[in-house]
Design a protein around this ligand. Sequence first.
Ligand SMILES: Cc1cc2nc3c(=O)[nH]c(=O)nc-3n(C[C@H](O)[C@H](O)[C@H](O)COP(=O)(O)OP(=O)(O)OC[C@H]3O[C@@H](n4cnc5c(N)ncnc54)[C@H](O)[C@@H]3O)c2cc1C
Length: 408
Amino acid sequence: MTEKRIESPALRDYRLRARAWLADNVARVAGQAPESQDDPQLEKLQEFKDLQLKIHQAGYAGFTFPVEYGGQGLTLGHERAFNEEAIGYAMPPTNFGTSINILGATLVEFGTHEQKLAHVPNILSGKELWLQFLSEPSGGSDLAGLLTSASRDGDSYVVNGQKTWSTSAHLSDFALCPVRTRWDVPKHKGISVLIIDLKSPGLEIRRIKQIDGGSEFCEEFFSDMIVPAVNLVGEENEGWRVARGLLEIEHAWVGRGGASDGTQDPMSDLVSLVKERDLGGDLGVRRQVVGLHVSSEAQKLVAARVSSGVAIGKLAHGYGSLLKLGDDIVAKRRAEISLAVAGAAGVTWDPGDVEKQTWVRQFLYSRSVSIAGGTDEIQRNNVSERVLGLPREPAFDRDVPFNQVLHN
Ligand SMILES: Cc1cc2nc3c(=O)[nH]c(=O)nc-3n(C[C@H](O)[C@H](O)[C@H](O)COP(=O)(O)OP(=O)(O)OC[C@H]3O[C@@H](n4cnc5c(N)ncnc54)[C@H](O)[C@@H]3O)c2cc1C
């Protein structure tokens, strides 16, 4: 289902070299992949880290990152070509992608030269796994309303508060964490972003047990945690710019398909399922599958065009929300159709038969794409305000000092 675009000879050559490298160096996925690879088992983590090192050493990590910080200095076209070729291979799971393409990319954009030198090459090679500490128990959509505090004490900050819904924090090494450093100014004006070393004292990480039996999420408790002031990313109290930038980077990456489990081609999987269920002649099924294919291809083309537009500064960053929203809609539609096509076999399975659970699990998991990284409602708000230029959503607390706003 891939590789139909017209490419320059140089990009085509790059694709062919990537194809050969993958065939020689990475194992193919055996059977169907689990619905989420966010939560690699601890014992498999080192294996994935070794693979990521190999990938980086071969020049296939950080495609658009500056060479100075271990990146490749290439284009999104190179990233896309490699990712398409990597379909069907047992690549490192999504939290490696998040670490590189959200946290690493944010550090490249907003970090100091020293911070980038210290961390970006390690992020690309998988030596350091990073995540984001954005959501709090009081809410995730209103990121600027965060309550975790940091007070300056000489060369350090003292951090107190709580974060939650952090994916794979128990397996990670560092986090980017917005904290409140001023309470006497409106909410967007008193935020700073810190690099948090997850092994430091004063931080307790607890895993959250999910209703589906998994536990990929964690919650974190900060008790007088000391963070060196050199870990400040961007200016003190100007962290909203960094946090906003991180979200824009995330939306654009998710929107161009980055966060999806790239081990398989979902359309091919669906077509195989249709054949397996002998439904290829069913007009209703054919219509749904073709409609989905058209939406999916349109999303990919829009993603490629918008990503390039944002990268060269021709389109506002708010366009990333448009891509994420499009990707969310296609992913959910695909899961709905797959479950319907799978029929009873999609919702019943023998205990322990992991492969059979795939369709229903994919369906259930697909609901989360409309929440992770900012809900669909928030993406719609972003598109209306930042792309279409419609009036801002009314807010009672925008210009009020944060210590005068009621919380929780
Ligand atoms: C798979 C997954 C992975 C995640 N990983 C991480 C992670 O690594 N780090 C992290 O920090 N967080 C993570 N999250 C949390 C995620 O960012 C939040 O769940 C999300 O931002 C929504 O916040 P909330 O759950 O607090 O919902 P709330 O903000 O309480 O929102 C509740 C509902 O109200 C709606 N709503 C809120 N405000 C508005 C508005 N202004 N206009 C219209 N509707 C509105 C929302 O759309 C939603 O439907 C993850 C979530 C998922 C599902």
